[in-house]
Design a protein around this ligand. Structure first.
Ligand SMILES: C[S@@+](CC[C@H](N)C(=O)[O-])C[C@H]1O[C@@H](n2cnc3c(N)ncnc32)[C@H](O)[C@@H]1O
Length: 312
């Protein structure tokens, strides 16, 4: 895929209907020969729109107006390139817990949660958020509130009981480090003020009771971290929006490793990263992830956990 294709696809498949600013910007970049020439000097994994846009936001550059963005990127390319090389897209979205919750709540309790590709670990606290599934509320007042529209499934009636939580990541982020928090903030799309507020609230919650976050690879290091889980709890290995960053042979190796572990496995991944036979059409724009339990696909989920539509 050329850089132009990557930016066009991002505009039409990911930003469309979710972020007008990023849709407009990605479309403009896809037709901007000067910016594409700069982007194509980067190694392919570093050409993602989210990475370039996030770095420009981190550095205080404009992302709302494509002409201003062009001028800023051309003028500041050396500084932008340094940040692109040292960072990766590690968006950590607590809202994704809302689509995991129906599955987590239905498993035998208590749970030992092991998140693969955990970033800063915000999704390791599904028991500490409050949820609003249309009009049904779950969880107490004062908690970060996650809104989600469920179709084809009833909202869960209880929160899970979590007795152990651990995350595994190539580069775990620390919510108490101002630079890490600034990067997580820069990765949130421009119009999404509610997600920015949620990041702060979730970061406070994590900082008050940090999880075990292990630096390591999802294939090589998963069995050792899983072995730390208390055997009396149901081990749940889960991951959301991670495998698109992992090369195909390593994805297959990961699936083999995870299938060999005890407990349950929940995946919320793009079908381009983790494919299944016979998927129905997604119900609308923005339904990028397939939610699956133990390898069985069950629902389409929107990328930031805003909605999930159960199959059938
Ligand atoms: C887009 S973030 C998603 C974070 C979190 N799962 C969420 O949904 O909010 C993907 C994370 O996967 C991690 N990652 C990518 N490849 C990995 C690997 N081979 N092993 C462990 N973590 C990896 C990245 O460092 C990053 O933090």
């Amino acid at each position: 895929m050329t850089a132009a294709d990557t930016y066009r696809t991002f505009a039409t498949r990911e930003a469309c209907g979710v972020s007008p600013a990023y849709e407009r910007l990605a479309l403009a970049v896809s037709g901007d020969a000067e910016l594409l020439a700069l982007i194509e000097r980067l190694p392919p994994p570093k050409r993602q729109p989210n990475l370039l846009f996030g770095v420009v936001r981190l550095l205080g550059g404009p992302v709302e107006d494509p002409a201003a963005f062009h001028a800023y990127v051309v003028a500041n390319w050396p500084a932008i390139e340094v940040e692109i090389q040292r960072r990766a897209t590690q968006t950590n979205e607590a809202g994704r817990c809302a689509v995991l919750l129906p599955l987590l709540a239905a498993l035998p309790q208590p749970l030992a949660l092991l998140e693969v590709g955990a970033s800063a670990g915000l999704c390791l606290y599904p028991d500490r958020y409050a949820y609003r599934y249309d009009r049904q509320l779950l969880g107490g007042a004062g908690r970060p509130l996650l809104d989600c529209t469920l179709t084809g499934a009833l909202p869960p009636s209880r929160l899970p009981t979590v007795v152990w939580r651990a995350g595994l990541d190539l580069n775990p982020l620390d919510v108490t480090d101002p630079d890490d928090l600034a990067w997580l903030d820069a990765l949130i799309w421009p119009e999404h003020a509610h997600r920015r507020a949620r990041l702060r609230a979730a970061a406070n919650l994590v900082a008050a009771d940090p999880p075990l976050l292990v630096r390591g690879d999802l294939v090589d290091d998963l069995p050792a971290v899983a072995a730390l889980a208390p055997p009396e709890a149901t081990l749940v290995v889960f991951h959301t929006t991670v495998l698109y960053l992992v090369p195909e042979p390593r994805r297959r190796a990961f699936v083999e490793v995870v299938r060999g572990l005890p407990g349950n496995w929940i995946a919320a991944e793009s079908p381009r990263a983790l494919s299944y036979d016979g998927l129905p059409e997604p119900p609308g724009a923005g339904f990028n992830n397939v939610l699956a339990l133990d390898g069985k696909p069950l629902a389409w989920a929107q990328a930031h956990g805003q909605a999930a539509a159960w199959f059938g």
